[in-house]
Design a protein around this ligand. Structure first.
Ligand code: AMP
Length: 432
């Protein structure tokens, strides 16, 4: 019987994992430069954490179960709600703004396809207790900074504000379930579906045409004037538009200009309340959204005191795909710098000692564990990507010497056994 991995999951072999580690470390460095600290939360949570705000309907999309004690639990489908829970449980009294980042796997019961998995990774952050325009602007700038640091080209950074469309809908008394249905259809980018839905909900023609015009608006700063003329006298929408305008001003100060204002962004989850953004990379097909986030009021919804919060997450798997598609190369993390090969069986124990000495001096070293003949050992070391091989021969060893072979050039030189760690440390640091 073949035992296969579960549908929608993947195995990561060392080479791919090395690339993922490099990208993860790069993101970590950028987040930390902006003052974020990492937190970890459990893989599973109380089911109610996710149904409380998103409704019972979310159960269709998540893995949930009862444990042996009869508790209703769920594998986390995202990390914003868990971080909000941590804040409520432990951090309400901490001085703000609070900047936290996370990297972890999430689970959704979705139809697997390219770029859509049942287990996937999110790398993201939450900024709790900052003032919207500056907190939002800094988060947006940091997301773009990450992509710049990774060398990703050709992406589109779309920024919107949910309050504009919600304002129009609230003004027309289209609220509750009807409003959520509309937002979710906008989120799918399904304009003809939206038209049909609005007709079936008997939404007045004037409101319908305002909505269709608004979601079609895309462009740089100058589109703000256009939006202004469309939202007209709707106070709530106008306030949201002002917030968006303020954000764009602060973005200038952060020197981030590479964005598109897009009022058609609705975001799938209904806890977003104001600014929203998404990043798209062409060439990834339907799953082109590599990141999404915005300003939300989840903490209040969980019973905490009102606190302004903004966050976003990279869909880490899609980010990796985008980097791969653009043939972006990363420094290769070769597994070992040096391989220690005894030339005869009585030199084996000496080889172990040499390897241990190198490892204690922070030089990654592998040693022959397969009792191979020299030719095979050299080809094995070559396959591993070892830069150097230390040949331990009986005659040399008696005189306190070993032979150092440079695998790239093929050159060999005798080296005093007491100097080998210093010699290699120097060679390896210059090669890096
Ligand atoms: P969301 O919480 O839905 O906004 O997701 C944040 C990011 O995670 C999205 O921008 C996607 O890049 C990524 N993502 C969401 N669902 C999946 C999935 N099933 N497989 C892979 N990536 C996903």
């Amino acid at each position: 019987m073949d035992i296969l991995k579960p549908r929608g999951t993947r195995d990561f072999l060392p080479e791919e994992l090395n690339r993922r580690k490099y990208v993860e470390n790069t993101l970590r460095k950028v987040f930390e430069t902006y003052g974020y600290s990492e937190i970890k939360t459990p893989i599973f949570e109380e089911l109610s954490l996710f149904t409380m705000k998103s409704g019972e309907g979310i159960k269709e999309q998540i893995y949930h179960f009862q444990d042996k004690g009869g508790r209703d639990l769920a594998l986390r489908p995202e990390l914003t709600a868990p971080v909000a829970r941590v804040y409520l449980n432990e951090l309400q009294k901490t001085s703000k703004p609070l900047k936290m980042y996370y990297s972890g796997s999430c689970f959704r019961y979705e139809r697997p396809q390219a770029g859509r998995y049942r287990q996937f990774w999110q790398f993201g952050c939450e900024l709790i207790g900052g003032k919207p325009p500056e907190a939002e602007a800094e988060i947006i700038t940091m997301a773009a900074h990450c992509l710049e640091e990774l060398g990703l080209n050709d992406y589109e950074f779309h920024i919107g504000n949910l309050g504009i469309i919600r304002g129009i809908l609230n003004d027309a008394r289209i609220i509750g379930e009807e409003q959520e249905q509309i937002m979710s259809t906008i989120d799918k980018g399904d304009v003809s579906g939206l038209k049909t839905l609005m007709k079936s909900l008997n939404i007045p023609e004037a409101v319908r045409s305002v909505l269709i015009s608004l979601i079609g608006i895309k462009g740089h700063k100058e589109v703000i004037n256009e939006v202004e003329s469309i939202v007209g006298s709707c106070k709530e929408a106008f306030k949201a538009l002002e917030n968006l305008e303020e954000l764009l001003k602060v973005l200038d100060a952060f020197e981030f200009f590479n964005y598109i204002v897009n009022l058609g962004i609705a975001r799938g989850l209904d806890y977003y309340s104001g600014m929203v953004f998404e990043i798209y990379v062409h060439g990834l097909g339907a799953q082109k959204q590599i990141s999404g986030g915005g300003t939300y009021n989840l903490i209040e919804a969980f019973g905490g005191e009102e606190v302004e919060s903004t966050g976003f997450a990279f869909g880490f798997d899609r980010l990796m795909k985008a980097l791969e598609k653009q043939n972006i190369e990363f420094p290769s993390l070769s597994r070992t710098d040096v391989f220690v090969a005894p030339l005869s069986s009585d030199m084996r124990e000496k080889a172990f000692k040499i390897a241990q000495n190198l490892r204690r001096n922070h030089i990654s070293a592998d040693v022959d564990l397969a009792r191979r003949k020299l030719k095979k050992t050299l080809s094995y070391a070559d396959n591993l990507g070892s830069k150097y091989v230390i040949l331990v021969g009986k005659r040399d060893f008696k005189q306190g010497m070993i032979t150092l072979k440079d695998m790239k050039s093929g050159n060999q030189e005798p080296v005093d056994i007491n100097d080998i760690d210093k010699k290699l440390a120097g060679l390896i640091s210059t090669k890096r």
